[in-house]
Design a binder for this molecule. Structure first.
Ligand code: FRU
Length: 483
């Protein structure tokens, strides 16, 4: 690409694939992430959206419906198989969401400390514009999961009407912290799974018999642990199979680069500038004047050691965002055939307030493409940004649960936790639409992506907004004449 005046060129990434176990971690560099501002309009009226319409989620109306009156709903995923197909089970579509009680006396921003996995179902042939999702309640019985809160994961339908629910067991030790929302004793985080049974009849879907197993805890060598940083991230398991490595099951998850908080030193390859780029930063200056070394997000990889998927071991991270961003959450791998070749898209969500000094981007979903699960990933659109909430990136970053600039676009936090489904349908939850808090699923939007370029499809739905909570299925299992 031609450089934008005043900005560096992005890093050269080959997309070359490496063995999943190889010691190669792709970098989302400062030079890459600088392209977000290079592609943003510096001259908008303050508070307008400064990003290209191709990467901007259309505006959610302020009078959005609540999906459920008793629980707030946020991170959501579908019942899937190991290839990211969304499964209709005996005529029902099934989704899983983090939920928290709307009537327990705490606010929406305290949801993380009170999170449980809930589930919803609706008839596969339902009209997504009219028929509501039926709430099935909590997936697990009270006090049976590994931690005291249940954070995000993924659910796979297995042989014989079993499901494996991969989830994050986060345990808080401080009641006050759970009620007030942060600042207390550091939590523990474990990646766990629960194997259980799914049942369906004409009335709906139920689950029972869950057996919980601890799978992984951060080792402090490849993935940062609590002793190294009280604010470590270790969560959001997503499992899949890779046609290039048949018979193996992999998992991507959110992590941080191992090491004590504050000890990391940014490297030339974290910055990623091309030799002689007149807009390159100096690594030593970044390391002495910015504080960027505090931001050390990674996307982890693990592989199962047995068919029951109860034993796993870590592989090196597939992506790091050292000195760029501190959180790469809810990663997913989506494999798409392009011109006869499998292309591996890694999607992950991130926040504006988790960017390092000198970096700026919106809350949204970011994408990377390569030739394998472990690749020298090319950030989509050269920057990594695939879809963000409308934001004026010329103004300073805000935090979705903190004070927000009155000048800023009221929809900068309209949606988060984007989950990319087959066909480029992107689900997310509503956080804050011009001051109205959400806790409900957003209208689904569609992105078209090929060749590392993504584009919001504004011909989908109404000006790009599809039905609220549209997570359709593409593969049918069972049915017994029910549909
Ligand atoms: C994303 C997220 C996930 C985590 C969950 C906790 O919205 O931060 O990373 O599992 O929310 O509520």
């Amino acid at each position: 690409p031609a450089p934008t005046p005043g900005f560096p060129l992005p890093t050269v990434h080959t997309q070359e694939a490496f063995d999943p176990a190889a010691n190669f971690t792709s970098k989302w560099t400062r030079a890459d992430a600088k392209q977000i501002m290079a592609q943003s309009n510096p001259n908008v009226t303050p508070g307008q959206n400064s990003m290209s319409p191709n990467v901007t989620m259309p505006e959610i109306p302020k009078d959005f419906p609540a999906m459920n009156d008793d629980v707030w709903v946020w991170d959501t995923w579908s019942l899937t198989d190991q290839n990211a197909n969304q499964i209709s089970y005996k005529g029902w579509d099934v989704i899983f969401s983090l939920v928290a009680d709307r009537h327990a006396g705490y606010g929406f921003d305290q949801r993380h400390w009170n999170a449980r996995i809930g589930y919803f179902f609706r008839k596969t042939n339902a009209d997504p514009a009219k028929d509501k999702w039926n709430y099935g309640g909590h997936l697990f019985l009270d006090n049976t999961s590994i931690g005291n809160t249940e954070w995000s994961g993924s659910t796979r339908l297995m042989q014989g009407d079993h499901v494996n629910v991969f989830y994050t067991a986060t345990t808080f030790y401080d009641r006050a912290e759970r009620n007030a929302g942060g600042g207390g004793i550091a939590p523990d985080a474990v990646i766990a799974k629960a194997l259980g049974n799914i049942h369906a009849d004409k009335n709906g879907v139920t689950f029972d018999g869950f057996q919980h197993t601890k799978l992984l805890e951060p080792d402090g060598k490849l993935y940062q642990n609590k002793a190294q940083n009280a604010g470590f991230a270790f969560r959001d398991p997503y499992t899949f199979e890779d046609p290039a490595h048949p018979g193996q099951t992999f998992m991507v998850f959110e992590g941080n680069t191992a090491g004590n908080r504050g000890a990391y030193k940014c490297t030339d390859s974290d910055l990623g500038y091309r030799p002689g780029d007149p807009h390159a930063e100096n690594t030593n200056t970044v390391n002495t004047t910015t504080g960027s070394w505090f931001q050390t997000a990674s996307v982890g990889l693990a592989v199962a050691d047995n068919k029951d998927l109860t034993q796993w071991h870590f592989l090196p991270p597939i992506l790091s965002a050292n000195c760029v961003n501190d959180q790469t959450e809810r990663p997913q791998i989506f494999i798409q055939n392009e011109n006869g070749q499998n292309k591996y898209y890694l999607f992950t969500i991130s926040h504006q307030f988790t960017y390092a000094d000198g970096m700026r981007g919106p809350d949204g979903v970011y994408g990377f493409v390569g030739n394998g699960v472990r690749s020298d990933f090319q950030p989509v659109n050269n920057s990594g940004l695939a879809l963000g909430s409308p934001t004026d990136l010329n103004l300073a970053a805000n935090n979705p649960s903190g004070n927000q600039s009155a000048q800023q676009n009221g929809r900068q936090f309209q949606a988060y936790s984007h989950y990319v489904q087959p066909g480029g349908l992107v689900q997310s939850f509503i956080d804050n639409v011009d001051g109205v808090r959400g806790g409900s699923l957003s209208p689904t939007v569609k992105i078209n992506f090929a060749g590392g370029v993504t584009q919001v499809d504004r011909s989908f739905g109404k000006n790009g907004l599809g039905p609220f909570g549209y997570l359709p299925t593409n593969v049918r299992v069972g049915g017994e004449g029910l549909y």
